[in-house]
Structure formats: C-alpha cells, structure tokens
Ligand binder design. Sequence first.
Ligand SMILES: [Zn+2]
Length: 159
Amino acid sequence: MGCLTCQILQGDLIPPGGIFYRDQDFLICHTLDVNILGYMIVSPVRHIQSYDELSSKEAEKLGLHIHILTRFLKTKIHDIEKTYICSFNEETHHLHFHVFPRYPWMLSSENIHTDGKIDAAKIFSQMRKTYKVGINEEMKNKIYLLAEQFKVFLSEYKD
Ligand SMILES: [Zn+2]
C-alpha cells in the first residue's frame, strides 16, 4: 500500500478542500476522513519517518508552519478552545503532525477523563474513532471555504 501523504504530493489523492499550503519542504492539508472542521495535518514533503530525520532548517520551518496554522484556526473558528499538536506516525509512517482543534462540545463525551482531569489523549483518540466516518458534503464545503481563508490569511500574515 502506497503512502497517503506521498499520494497527495503526487496529485493522486485530493484531500478535502484541496491542498491548503505546499512549498518545497512542507504540506498542509485537512484530515482526509475525520469529520471535524479544522483538523489539520502538517507533513514534510520528504518521506521520512521520524522527527529526528528533519534537518534543523526544516524543524525551524515546521515550527513556524504549525504556529501560523494554529493562529489561523483560532482566528477563523471562534469556538476552538485549544489546539492539540501531536505526532505518532503509527498508521501512516510518513512523518506528520496532527493539529487538532478541541471544541467545547467534545467535553460532553464520556470517558475523556483520567483521575477527574481532562485527558487530551483520550479526547483525541475518542473523537478520531467517533468521527472517522468520511467527510460529508456539508463539511467538504466548509473545508473548501477554510482553505480559501487560509490562503488569504497567509498572504496577509504578519507576526
Ligand atoms: Zn510518504
């Protein structure tokens, strides 16, 4: 089975909303199959499998991409309370970072606490399981709009 990220980079797989951003080193897309608006994936263009394989320059750029992306999400989607950032590379081995928006409605799910505290890993896991149902048409339209907004946001971005 081919690498999904490489398939996107080769144009063989179109993520919902299309490619949000791509340069010679990095790719930003919406998640392919989880019906949660603004759940984004940031990947290096190179097919590498772990964070330590990035060059220092790539690592710096990656930090900036994630920073700008989280700022964008917070600005455009007002009910995002927090953004989780994580990288596991178990299902897809091509190094990637999940930029995962935590919405208030997620907190009403069962089994998201450990010792009475919010457990981010549980929320992440549970939401992915519950909403990994494919992207519906309504969501596709929202993601497409989000991609357009991101392009404008980037072109006007100031630190
Ligand atoms: Zn790959």
